[in-house]
Design a protein around this ligand. Structure first.
Ligand code: NAP
Ligand code: MG
Length: 485
């Protein structure tokens, strides 16, 4: 049943994903050496569903003693089993994990949405399939490393400590674990405090795959758990995805040690629309670029630059399209914008909405209703923003788009590059030459042309400047876990 009301957009009958098949334990322990173990101090924290604030499960809080146990297990597995195993055998385990993830895809998608708040359409069609694809992709490389890096004698690094954020919980776990295992390393992974459940489900899958004990250890906790992992003396590499502030702290704390480091940090991507762009396609791309996953995307297109001649029509079409976006229950298949991941993050976004208004930018929000319970934010535009505004310079990590106009190519390149970040960018134009000109001059790790937010395991991803260093995905992602001549 469908009806269109021009004020509130499309109204669909609810199509809520069933949760009856989901089996969550009351309490999750730490996954160390192939078993679920109670934390030494017996402390647990609650993870909630941000769309209704209901408690989902108790999760173990790991402290230094637990981190020590996990690193010890990873070291023993590295020395005794994993580094000695023929590479083709290692690959088989990765294939097995990928297939088990596919078999349990529906369950993983529903849990991802319940624990983190993202629309089921995204977790079902993007997060979970891509996570499994990372394992498939890197499984294939495991026994071909000497062909990937000819004459360079690729060798594993040892034990990797991996710390991930809450915006793509299972996908980030896959980005980290799959290349590390394919290259012969063992790992200790720490998921984010607000979204630990799919990583713990992955631990169950790993158990089912009969991966040798200790090759993957998953320890839950908050920032202090992450810091204990970073500072552990028997870790050879830290792979971190998260905020630039924490990335800087980590860089400081391992300076002077032999630990290797890759950092995937924040972003403030420019999405640039030229007058010759296919306007409707571009509007859809802008909407996807910033409102996808509630703007909880490091590479979100959060700064829009429109060439002056099409500014009025683009803004009008953007506003119209925003009015049709459905904000609400993330388990409903019709929902476009789900819940903000946590109360803290909603407060940060609201703080920026106030800052934007105080700075003099013009606020536009869609007129949709938002649920009373849970953490939600309407899709938001800031018109007439300027380069010096904080809403243009700082990462908001929410569904908030700052809009500016430009006249010339040189002007927009300069403006787009004028930020401390450099993770991604988008360009919309009919001219291939313009695309090539921009991609060579933009200081961004990924530049999408006439599309946005497209990911593939074979394609490297990572930043310039304060967006971090090192690449994940593709061959680049393998090299980050290898010592080579
Ligand atoms: P965050 O606060 O930096 O947290 C990231 C992870 O680090 C979490 O597991 C966190 O634990 C842990 N952590 C916190 N303090 C730590 C410390 N002192 N030492 C070690 N670990 C520590 O970031 P977030 O708010 O979760 O995630 C959002 C940020 O991630 C955004 O800035 C976004 O741009 C960035 N991001 C970047 C990419 C990329 O590929 N470049 C991808 C996704 C996200 P708790 O959560 O338990 O506190
Ligand atoms: Mg949660």
């Amino acid at each position: 049943m469908l009806s269109l009301d021009f004020k509130s957009g499309w109204n669909y009958a609810p199509a809520t994903e069933d949760t009856k098949h989901i089996q969550l334990k009351e309490q999750y322990d730490l996954f160390i050496d192939g078993r679920f173990e109670k934390p030494e101090k017996g402390k647990y924290f609650s993870t909630i569903n941000p769309s209704n604030e209901e408690h989902l499960a108790k999760v173990a809080l790991a402290d230094t003693a637990d981190v020590n146990k996990a690193v010890k297990a990873a070291r023993a597995a590295y020395t005794n089993v994993w580094s000695k195993m023929p590479a083709a055998e290692r690959g088989k385990y990765l294939f097995r994990i990928a297939r088990l993830m596919q078999e349990r895809a529906r369950e993983l998608a529903v849990i991802e949405t319940m624990d983190g708040g993202k629309p089921i359409r995204e977790s079902r069609d993007i997060d979970i399939p891509l996570a499994a694809n990372h394992f498939f992709y890197y499984a294939g490389w495991a026994d071909k490393l000497q062909y990937a890096f000819p004459n360079r004698k690729p060798q594993p690094i040892g034990v990797a400590g991996q710390i991930i954020p809450w915006n793509f919980p299972l996908l980030m776990a896959a980005w980290k674990i799959a290349p590390a295992l394919a290259t012969g390393n063992t790992v200790v992974l720490k998921p984010a405090e607000t979204t630990p459940l799919t990583a713990l489900k992955l631990a169950e899958i790993i158990q089912e795959s009969e991966l040798p004990h200790g090759v993957v250890n998953i320890i839950t906790g908050a920032g202090a758990t992450g810091a204990a992992l970073v500072n552990h003396p028997d870790i050879n590499k830290i792979a971190f995805t998260g905020s630039t502030d924490v990335g800087k702290l980590i860089q400081k704390s391992i300076a002077g040690t032999p630990k290797k480091l890759t950092l995937e940090l924040g972003g403030k991507a420019a999405n640039i629309i030229f007058e010759d762009a296919p306007i409707d396609q571009a509007v859809e791309g802008i909407i996807n670029g910033i409102f996808f996953n509630q703007g909880h995307v490091c590479c979100a297109g959060s700064r829009l630059f429109i060439q002056e001649g099409v500014a009025d029509i683009v803004i009008r079409k953007l506003k119209d399209r925003m009015e049709t976006l459905i904000v609400g229950n993330p388990l409903d298949k019709n929902t476009d914008i789900g819940a903000i991941n946590s109360k803290n993050q909603l407060e940060t976004i609201n703080k920026y909405l106030k800052i934007g208004k105080d700075e003099g930018a013009e606020l536009f929000q869609s007129s949709c209703d938002i649920p009373k319970k849970g953490f939600f934010c309407r899709p938001t535009l800031f018109l007439n923003a300027s380069q010096s505004h904080r809403i243009v310079q700082e990462e908001i990590f929410g569904p908030v788009l700052a809009v500016q106009t430009f006249r010339t190519v040189e002007e927009v390149i300069e403006k787009a590059n004028n930020t401390p970040y450099g993770l991604s960018a988008g360009v919309w134009t009919d001219k291939g030459s313009k695309i090539f000109n921009l991609t060579t001059k933009m200081r961004a790790g990924v530049v999408w042309a006439n599309t946005f937010n497209k990911f593939d395991p074979a394609s490297p991803f990572g930043g310039y400047k304060e967006s971090g260093f090192g690449r994940e995905g593709g061959l680049h992602g393998l090299s980050a876990y290898l010592n080579m001549e």
